[in-house]
Design a protein around this ligand. Structure first.
Ligand SMILES: NC(=O)CC[C@H](N)C(=O)O
Length: 302
């Protein structure tokens, strides 16, 4: 595994720093794009790394996975009455589909879907972002994880588009709590800072039929794990989900901080990170690294 990760890193070296760091969140625009890390956590909990695998970064939309975990463990199947399970084929922050489809977001991994899920968490938790922080601390075994308040506040100041989605859902009766309060929690979730090692460990249950080797506890049922992995495979990379399935063939979730988690069911979870993004808002070197990985291990879910 170590040799594999070293080879992947060498292969993608020319791509590191190519693309653009996310600038629509001012606090993220300052990140040095010339960084790259990768960490793999196998189903026994063993971690292998290469590059900047212990450097923390803003997890951004990868938080949508843990947001969903928090909600689905409580609401179960009824959750799917408020959020769909179809790919959107549109950018993560698109508003158009939401009106056509009467305020029901296509899936939990576009912003509108994650906001509806955050609204569900708000209905039952006093401080959803604290519950989320505690969940990722537990799953990764890193008690020191924190959200970066500067990132959360800068997102809150530039919240207009996310607020528009939430208010549109409210107009359709698919948003029950105070919009500003839910956005505050949503942005704190996105602003969590974790390393590739933390994220590979925290998502390991997805490779292990819902069971976390670190806590030795079930996180999701087998069925829920299958559903989440299916959604990650069809919708985890926004409007690049199709070509990601075509080129990589793994369930995955990206974030505009440049991180991508991916799952090789039954074998391992991994996280790759490099901050410069392609046009779809996914890490350029990260997608290339995952493509190299599945080619080298000659394995994908398809
Ligand atoms: N794609 C992303 O990572 C987007 C997350 C970001 N916090 C937003 O809401 O716009």
């Amino acid at each position: 595994m170590q040799a594999l990760l070293n080879d992947i890193m060498q292969e993608v070296q020319p791509l590191i720093g190519q693309g653009q760091v996310a600038t629509y969140i001012p606090a993220l625009a300052k990140v040095n794009p010339n960084q790259f890390g990768i960490a793999v956590c196998d189903t026994s909990g063993k971690v292998t790394t290469a590059g900047d695998a212990t450097t923390e970064f803003s997890i951004q939309s990868i938080s949508k996975v843990f947001n969903l975990v928090l909600a689905v463990t409580y609401y179960g199947e009824s959750l799917w009455q408020r959020v769909g399970c179809e790919p959107s084929g549109l950018p993560f922050n698109s508003l158009v589909q939401l009106e056509y489809e009467n305020g029901i977001p296509r899936n939990p991994f576009i912003n509108a879907g994650a906001l509806a899920i955050a609204d569900m968490n708000q209905s039952r938790l006093i401080a959803p972002h604290v519950a989320m922080r505690d969940l990722v601390r537990k799953l990764s075994g890193n008690e020191g994880l924190l959200a970066n308040p500067d990132v959360a506040n800068s997102e809150f100041e530039h919240r207009a588009r996310n607020a528009a989605m939430a208010y549109l859902m409210k107009a359709y009766g698919n948003f029950h709590n105070d919009v500003e309060e839910v956005l505050h929690n949503y942005f704190y979730n996105c602003a969590l800072e974790m390393s590739c090692v933390d994220l590979a460990r925290a998502s390991q249950f997805l490779a292990n039929r819902g069971h976390c080797t670190i806590t030795k506890e079930p996180v999701l049922t087998h069925d829920q794990t299958r559903q989440v992995n299916a959604l990650l495979a069809t919708s985890g990379l926004y409007d690049e989900a199709g070509s990601f399935a075509f080129k990589v063939g793994l369930p995955g979730k990206s974030g505009v901080g440049g991180g991508i988690i991916a799952v090789v069911p039954g074998r391992f979870s991994l996280c790759v990170w490099s901050p410069a993004l392609n046009r779809m808002g996914n890490s350029q070197a990260g997608v290339a690294a995952l493509e190299s990985l599945t080619r080298r291990i000659n394995w994908s879910v398809y």
